[in-house]
Design a protein around this ligand. Structure first.
Ligand code: SAH
Length: 364
């Protein structure tokens, strides 16, 4: 049993069943035993691989996107370049390196802020950035980043935010929780008492018994924090993650361990837990706050519009056959229809009246 499993059992025997939201928050963020708190989960030897870890082209193309938007904003100085959940710091490093080569004035204008709650990953990020001479500051919340015009980037960040789950029972909607079953293992249960009807959208409320509906209050908080930033200064958030384009019901909480699906309730704190991102919900929240939103578009469409094919060409020039094949296969992985290119989606949320970003600005 993991140390966190012990702790969760103790909490359940003291307080009763635990909301799924609290379970997920502990699994990922418990200061002593949370999944992200003391490990580097990325790469071949880890549990999963993300787009910046697949290829430097991901960060390089996002650099071009940033430069374009910065120019449309009339090139403010300083520009707060903020990344939420930067993992190993790979995306930021590739971005700044590529931007510095093409438009040094942009790199010089950037004041970099990284938002991460994991001490272990912050250490990795510090090492990565310092290794290439990039100065940055760290925060545990977006709210703590200084004000000013900003670009906020979040790749595979929202999927790691805890979700609340609701289950449609014969007696109506109930919040879902985790308890200890007769076999002494963790199992799902429903928490007593009705839920606030406002929590379930009208389009979902009539779903059949057994349906599960998920919402992330933590994601809503991030959008509220963005709205606060963008009410004072112009800015844009680039959000890339996986999930459906339209809201719906269905259980998407999932666990990964060593690149394989694992039991969500097994080995708390030792496996990665994520849930699909509800882009329609995030966009709706942004608009309620008076922001503007674009997308979703599939990641492949976004990267191709930014010039992925040309980037593959340039990188491949003068290299041997094996390197060329590796570059082509990374591009396929990032943008291909069967892979991240289709499953991952991109949305952009901007301050009211901000310029329209690429690829939407040049859409026919
Ligand atoms: N963007 C990176 C890593 C994605 S993994 C990449 O694409 O490779 C999720 C990242 O979010 C990790 O760095 C993790 O430590 C961080 N994180 C998770 N929950 C967080 C929270 N509530 N606040 C800030 N950072 C968080």
């Amino acid at each position: 049993m993991t140390p966190l499993a012990h702790r969760i059992r103790t909490l359940i025997s003291r307080d009763g069943a635990m909301p799924v939201e609290r379970f997920m928050a502990l699994c990922l963020g418990d200061p002593d035993h949370g999944y992200y708190m003391n490990r580097d989960p990325f790469g071949r030897a880890g549990d999963f691989i993300t787009a910046p870890e697949v290829s430097q082209m991901f960060g390089e193309l996002i650099a071009m996107w940033c430069i374009d938007f910065w120019r449309r904003l009339s090139a403010p100085e300083p520009l707060r370049l903020v990344e939420l959940g930067p993992g190993r710091g790979t995306l930021m490093t590739d971005l700044v390196r590529a931007a510095g080569k093409v438009v040094p004035a942009f790199a010089a204008a950037c004041d970099i802020h990284l938002v991460d709650t994991s001490p272990a990953l912050r250490e990795v990020q510090q090492r990565t950035l310092a290794g290439v001479g990039i100065a940055a500051r760290w925060h545990d919340r977006l709210e703590k980043c200084p004000t000013g015009p900003s670009i906020v980037i979040a790749n595979e960040f929202f999927d790691a935010l805890p979700i609340r789950q609701y289950a449609r029972t014969a007696d109506g909607w109930r919040e879902r929780g985790v308890t200890v079953g007769a076999d002494n293992r963790f199992c799902f249960t429903t928490l007593p008492g009705p839920v606030d009807p406002a929590a379930i959208p009208g389009t979902i409320a009539g779903a059949a018994t057994g349906a599960i509906f998920e919402r992330s209050p933590a994601a809503a908080q991030v959008i509220a924090d963005l709205a606060k930033r963008f009410s004072a200064d112009p800015g844009i958030a680039l959000i890339i993650d996986y999930g459906p384009g339209r809201s719906g019901h269905g259980e998407t909480l999932q666990a990964l361990s060593g690149h394989r699906p694992a039991g969500v309730l097994e080995r708390p704190g030792a496996v990665d837990l994520t849930a699909h991102v509800d882009f329609e919900y995030l966009i709706g929240l942004g608009r309620q706050h008076g922001l503007e939103a674009h997308g979703p578009v599939p990641q492949g469409v976004f990267l191709n519009a930014l010039g992925l094919a040309a980037r593959v060409e340039t990188l491949s020039n003068g290299t041997d056959g094996a390197t060329r094949r590796a570059i082509a296969s990374a591009a396929e992985r990032l943008a291909g229809g069967q892979q991240m290119g289709q499953h991952f989606k991109v949305i952009m949320i901007t301050s009211h009246g901000a310029p329209v970003p690429e690829p939407f600005a040049s859409a026919p």
